[in-house]
Every structure is written in structure tokens, then in C-alpha cells.
Design a protein around this ligand. Structure first.
Ligand code: ZN
Length: 138
């Protein structure tokens, strides 16, 4: 069995963002040379997510509104975590949207359904944040 590891870095200009990172993951898979196996992609920060869903801007606005209803950013003082930091909402949003995704690798490609794409979900941006790609197989 072979394994391949790569980190991606994102720095969003806004506090929150959804970024389709499927092209970067596909490039990593190609670089790995692995044809059959599994591909793990995870956020390396506890205020960001990696998830699989549709690349449709209306849906992304729906996610943003839904997450703001569940864990509104403001007022900051509503959260016990805030004080030294102001990102309690970002921790909760990450918990809802998840840490990672795993995709099957078949014949050298991500074995996805028609509309599945991989997204990086940023909830406390404006700084460098890392995503790990780990691919195992042969
Ligand atoms: Zn925090």
C-alpha cells in the first residue's frame, strides 16, 4: 500500500466563506499516482470544515443563513467561549458542518456522484488555515 500526504493553505478575505476545493484535491490525487484507495480531506483547524455538497451559490447562501440562525456570530457576549477570542460561533458552525470528508478513489479518480463536490468551509477567516489531504491505496 502507498500513501500520499499534502497540505493546502487558504486565507479568505472574509470571516466566512465556502470554497470548492475539488480541483486541488483532484490535482493531489493525480500527483499521488494512486489509482485505487481512499482519499481523506480534513480541516486542520477547529473553526473550519471540509464537507461534500452541491456547487450551487443559492444553496451556499442557504447554508450561511441556516448556520447564522443556529449559531449567530453576534452578539459576541452571548457565548462563554468569547472573551479572549470572539469565535465561539465559528467553533459551533464547524461542529455542525463537520471536520472531514472521505472519497473513494477508483481508476485514479474521485468516485463521486454527479453533483458531489468537496468544499472548504471557513468560519473564522482572514488568516492562513490548513487543509490536509491523505490518500492511501495502490
Ligand atoms: Zn476559539
Amino acid at each position: 500500500m502507498r500513501s500520499f500526504r499534502k497540505e493546502l493553505t487558504f486565507h479568505t478575505p472574509t470571516r466566512r466563506a465556502f470554497i470548492n476545493i475539488t480541483p486541488q484535491v483532484e490535482a493531489a490525487l493525480k500527483e499521488s499516482g494512486i489509482r485505487e484507495g481512499l482519499c481523506l480531506v480534513n480541516a486542520m483547524h477547529i473553526t473550519a470544515s471540509v464537507f461534500i455538497n452541491d456547487d450551487e451559490s443559492g444553496l451556499h447562501r442557504d447554508f450561511e443563513r441556516w448556520l447564522e440562525k443556529l449559531a449567530p456570530e453576534k452578539p459576541y457576549e452571548q457565548y462563554d467561549h468569547n472573551g479572549y477570542e470572539d469565535n465561539a460561533d465559528a467553533h459551533i458552525k464547524r461542529a455542525i458542518m463537520g471536520r472531514e470528508c472521505v472519497a473513494a478513489v477508483t481508476a485514479g479518480k474521485l468516485d463521486f456522484g454527479t453533483w458531489e463536490r468537496i468544499f472548504y468551509g471557513e468560519f473564522d477567516g482572514k488568516r492562513d488555515k490548513r487543509v490536509l489531504i491523505k490518500i492511501i491505496g495502490e
